[in-house]
Design a protein around this ligand. Structure first.
Ligand code: UTP
Length: 297
């Protein structure tokens, strides 16, 4: 039986240039979807999957993200005094156990693979999850939980995957598919950001991974890949060449690319429409805007 996964790495050291100027001072991961920062969605998903150790790979300018996880006792007391129990419960649900979160610095943005490698000493010799908070996945059962349940049957490495239009393969890691076993596919290889005519399939890798420590050993070589960056995809592909199975998991759920402005806006609308307190007004507003084609002046 596969070893239990209790640690997750959250690589958040990227520069978030697609959200400039906001990301000059606001880390992308604490930008809010409705009223919760992106990172809170990722933390909740990780907790639901049984993760108890949360390792953030951060960089200069991310201190607001670190502060977000501090307990705010003054605010909690004020809400208690005023009898605002609902807000207090919302706030308390975000509190993390002391010692559950660790921060590691990536000193230079050398790529996602390098960011993951920076956490190697905190992972040791255990399987671990990697979650990219800017991929937000809405679903009945949280995506990472689906994957860990599947991984407990298969072992090896597992990556979340979904079909993308052929013209979009150059934005993703893409699987070369061997056996297709329903929701799980076995990969023969993986390529980072292939051009559409070179992509081995249209199954793209999305920001959820369950990995063996061997991937960290592969990253020890610090090999540069696509875009001159150290790529996580390449380190996972090396495991395939070494005979370690890599599976793609076609998750149930809707994925939003909140690293892009269009994806962030779509997620904002979708998550707001899922909220009883916002749904009716927003639906009416969207209806009116679409009908009149009115934009902000
Ligand atoms: P992105 O490719 O989305 O880059 O990284 P980015 O810097 O966050 O955003 P843009 O493209 O400039 O707008 C994917 C994930 O990998 C992390 C990012 O923080 C994000 O979670 N990452 C990327 C690192 O932690 N370190 C790196 O060197 C590169």
């Amino acid at each position: 039986m596969a070893r239990k996964v209790t640690k997750a790495i959250f690589p958040v050291a990227g520069m978030g240039t697609r959200f400039l100027p906001a990301t000059k001072s606001v880390p992308k991961e604490i930008m809010t979807l409705v009223d919760r920062p992106l990172v809170q969605y990722a933390i909740d998903e990780a907790r639901a999957a049984g993760i108890t150790e949360f390792i953030f790979v951060t960089s200069r300018g991310k201190s607001a993200l670190e502060d977000y996880f501090d307990h705010n006792q003054i605010l909690e007391q004020t809400l208690k005094d005023k009898g605002k129990d609902d807000l207090l419960a919302t706030l308390e649900a975000t509190n993390m156990e002391s010692g559950a979160i660790a921060y590691i610095r990536q000193h230079k943005a050398l790529g996602l693979g390098h960011a993951v490698w920076c956490a190697r000493r905190l992972i040791g010799d255990e399987p671990f999850a990697v979650m990219l908070p800017d991929d937000v996945i809405a679903g009945q059962k949280p995506c990472l939980q689906q994957m860990i349940e599947a991984y407990e049957e298969t072992g090896g490495n597992m990556v979340a995957t979904m079909e993308v239009p052929s013209e979009k393969t150059s934005s993703y890691g893409v699987l070369d598919v061997g056996d297709n076993i329903g929701q799980v596919v076995r990969a023969r290889g993986m390529v980072e950001k292939p051009k559409p005519d070179e992509a081995p399939s249209n199954l793209a890798v999305i920001g959820r991974y369950v990995l063996r420590p061997s991937v960290l050993y592969n990253l020890n070589q610090n090999k540069l890949g696509s875009g001159g960056e150290i790529q996580l995809t390449d380190a996972i592909a090396e495991d395939i060449r070494n005979g370690v199975p890599v599976f793609g998991y076609k998750f149930d759920g809707q994925r939003f690319d909140c690293g892009s402005k269009a994806g962030f806006l779509q997620a904002t609308v979708a998550f707001a429409l899922a909220r009883e307190d916002l749904r009716d007004d927003l639906r009416q507003y969207l209806h009116d805007v679409v009908a009149t084609g009115q934009a902000a002046q």
